[in-house]
Design a protein around this ligand. Structure first.
Ligand code: AOS
Ligand code: ZN
Ligand code: ZN
Ligand code: ZN
Length: 424
């Protein structure tokens, strides 16, 4: 389905007076309001193809209706999100779930929907039906060189698909590791994984990046071969300048100081990008900002500071992606919430008086430093984010419009009630 532009205009018109009342204090008082709004307009967050259906649980999966059944329909869903919020102008594909059958047609669809292709993801954490060798005991780390080669070849094939679509990066996430003490020689697993990654790295086009995603644990595992930012950083450093660490917010041990990790990786020029999500105990599946919005804000404070220090462009120089799953919510509604949570944290972080903060730090004025941060965090920046959306041609309240237009009902009408999107 396409979003009806008249309906979007009517929606905005009905909310405009109220919106302008809320925005007035901002444009009056905040010196750099225009700059903040423009940064929000420019900031795009890629939607992963696998988050458009229900998933993310090892137990019951309860598919909602109207889930996308093909790559084309996944793109349509992201196109819908983008039409609503004008901030989801990219899709991240996972191969082999999303192998395009007709590249030209897919590209044409993408340009109609205003989408570009963000990082392509390889999958060596599952066995595919037609696959010769099994990944039961790992892929890039496997004791058998033939299995490693199969996984390397798969990654190279993923790069090929990405090149055809205009993608510029590959994300490698491995469920390689071991389930019991004694099972794995850690040193061999590390070297084999490194060698395999080197073979993949050698196949990267000149202007590509590879992101090495780490994860502290998977249920059922005793060790993970890319288990933390330290090992990801090691791989990325040994691989070379096109390799970076990817931070998935849900992939840390409880209480890890993610903002500090981000600061150091950025300082070292090795932060590649993000998978945004949230978590309570572990793993990576909850809506961004639903549990720890303050942490998200602190991460953005470090990002802005670090990117500005390195002269990086906020919108383009890191990969911004969501990686979440939904089992009880409408995936599209959840993604609208997630994108907004990211924008709110970004906007709040842009408000921080950094000169004053630095002064307080240098003077060891702990209270003042804390107050400066909390002052920004406790500011309601929703009118700024809404204004950015309005200027970019989106809806003042995307979630409300999604419901008002009964988008899900229409998708069910088109695709049927019993649909299961491919993915996890
Ligand atoms: C898995 O936990 C990782 O976050 C990956 O990014 C993975 O590729 C994605 O969740 C799709 O399965
Ligand atoms: Zn991830
Ligand atoms: Zn994850
Ligand atoms: Zn997950």
């Amino acid at each position: 389905m396409n979003l009806n532009q008249n309906q979007l205009q009517n929606h905005n018109a009905s909310l405009l007076a109220r919106h302008q009342r809320k925005l007035a204090p901002w444009t009056g008082e905040l010196e750099n309001a225009e700059e903040v709004i423009q940064k929000l307009v420019d900031f795009q967050i890629a939607i992963p193809s696998w988050a458009l259906g229900t998933g993310g649980t090892r137990f019951g999966r309860f598919p909602g209706g109207g889930e996308p059944r093909s790559l084309e329909e996944k793109m349509d869903d992201v196109g819908l999100l983008h039409a609503l919020n004008r901030s989801s102008g990219a899709i991240s594909l996972h191969i082999p779930w999303d192998v395009p059958s007709d590249v030209a047609a897919i590209q044409q669809r993408a340009s109609q929907l205003g989408l570009r292709f963000d990082a392509v993801n390889s999958n060596t954490f599952q066995d595919q039906p037609d696959q010769a060798l099994s990944y039961k005991f790992g892929s890039l780390q496997h004791a058998d060189a033939a299995v490693r080669q199969q996984a390397i070849d798969h990654n190279i094939e993923v790069i090929r698909h990405g090149v055809a679509l205009g993608s510029k990066s590959l994300t490698v996430w491995l469920s390689d590791g071991s389930c019991f003490p004694g099972q794995l020689n850690f040193r061999k697993a590390f070297s084999r994984t490194l060698e395999s990654l080197q073979a993949i790295y050698a196949a990267l086009p000149e202007d590509w990046k590879v992101f090495v995603e780490y994860k502290a644990f998977e249920p059922n595992f005793y060790s993970m071969t890319v288990g933390d930012w330290g090992s990801s950083y090691l791989y990325a450093s040994k691989l070379g300048p096109k390799a970076y660490t990817l931070v998935d917010l849900g992939h840390h041990l409880p209480n890890a100081n993610i903002e500090q990790i981000v600061a150091i990786l950025l300082q070292e020029g090795k932060l590649g990008g993000f998978h945004f999500n949230d978590s309570k105990y572990g793993d990576d599946d909850l809506t961004v900002g639903s549990i720890r919005p303050y942490q998200l804000f602190l991460i953005f404070c470090e990002l802005i500071e670090g990117m500005d220090a390195r002269g990086m462009n906020h919108a383009d120089d890191l990969g911004w992606m969501i990686d979440a799953s939904h089992n009880v919510k409408d995936p599209l509604e959840d993604l609208l919430q997630s994108v907004e949570a990211i924008q709110l944290a970004y906007a709040q972080a842009l408000l921080v008086d950094r000169a004053a903060l630095e002064e307080a730090r240098e003077a060891n004025d702990v209270v003042r430093a804390q107050e400066i941060l909390q002052d920004a965090f406790r500011t309601d920046v929703r009118p700024l984010v809404a204004e950015a959306r309005l200027r970019a041609g989106g809806a003042l309240n995307p979630l409300a419009l999604f419901r008002q237009l009964d988008v899900r009902g229409q998708l069910i009408g088109e695709r049927g009630l019993k649909t299961v999107a491919t993915g996890l």
